[in-house]
Ligand binder design. Structure first.
Ligand code: HEC
Length: 110
């Protein structure tokens, strides 16, 4: 009897661990604004944008537009991050100075 309880306990712990790891691996698409406070533009880009737009902002064919070499206006970049669009999720937890740093980095991608 005790063995069954123990086995069930391990199963529950395993499921919780997997759920936790899955949530952790989503990191960057959700977040505490404080986590971005100490990160520079490239670091935030790497964490929250690169998975979809490529490490260098080169875009992924048929999936995301390239961001580099386009001189995208700062205001447009910020709005896109804050509001999202049809196919891009909003990332409103990136804001304030972190948003400024990120937008300047994206605008300057060559
Ligand atoms: C889940 C994937 C995904 C993530 C993460 C993501 N984007 Fe996007 N992004 C897209 C898609 C898809 C589009 C095309 C928008 C559309 O057609 O609705 C887009 C469009 C854009 C545009 C508009 C480009 C244009 O041509 O007008 C900008 C700017 C942008 N993203 C910046 C960012 C930044 C900066 C980040 C990180 C904070 C980011 N994106 C994170 C998927 C993503």
């Amino acid at each position: 009897m005790n063995k069954i309880i123990l086995a069930v306990g391990f199963c529950i712990a395993g499921v919780l661990l997997i759920a936790f790891l899955l949530i952790k691996s989503q990191g960057g698409l959700s977040g505490d604004p404080g986590a971005f406070a100490s990160m520079d533009g490239p670091a935030i880009f790497g964490r929250s944008c690169a998975r979809c737009h490529g490490k260098l902002g080169e875009g992924i064919p048929n999936l995301t537009p390239p961001l580099r070499g386009r001189n995208i206006p700062l205001a447009h970049i910020k709005k896109q991050i804050q509001k999202g669009s049809l196919k891009m999720p909003a990332l409103p937890f990136i804001r304030g100075k972190a948003l400024d740093r990120l937008a300047r980095h994206v605008a300057g991608l060559k």
